[in-house]
Design a protein around this ligand. Structure first.
Ligand code: FES
Length: 120
């Protein structure tokens, strides 16, 4: 029996297209919604977050794909400079400290494609 397409997730980009310790902004259509995603490659793998700061709801990037702080240690909100853990999205400093980015499950398949593990 074939595996249902929904169980395979939504292909995003090849892992090799995302440099280590970098992030990329993507838009993914989920039904009627266009989900703005931040895809982050870090030492523990890949994480995906909604590109929406829990403080005031603005996107984190100040220009396309500019998500990391200057030190390259955290994702940084362009609006009020909150800092987020690139692995779990926890806000570790700034006006939303203690909150977190909304996370989405991702997996890397056997062909190296990063897949968003949600149904459309
Ligand atoms: S909107 Fe992100 S810190 Fe204020």
């Amino acid at each position: 029996m074939d595996t249902p397409a929904l169980a395979q997730g939504i292909p995003l980009i090849p892992l090799e297209a995302l440099a280590p310790d970098s992030a990329r902004g993507l838009e993914v259509r989920l039904g009627d919604e266009v989900l703005p995603l931040i895809l982050v490659r870090h030492r523990q793998g890949v994480s995906a977050f909604r590109n929406r700061c829990p403080h005031a709801g603005t996107p984190l990037d100040w220009m396309p794909d500019a998500f990391f702080n200057l030190e390259g240690t955290h994702l940084q909100c362009a609006t009020h400079a909150a800092l987020f853990d690139p692995v779990d999205g926890a806000c570790v400093a700034g006006p939303c400290a203690g909150e977190a980015l909304e996370t989405f499950p991702v997996e890397i398949d056997e062909e190296g494609m990063v897949r968003l593990m949600v149904s459309r």
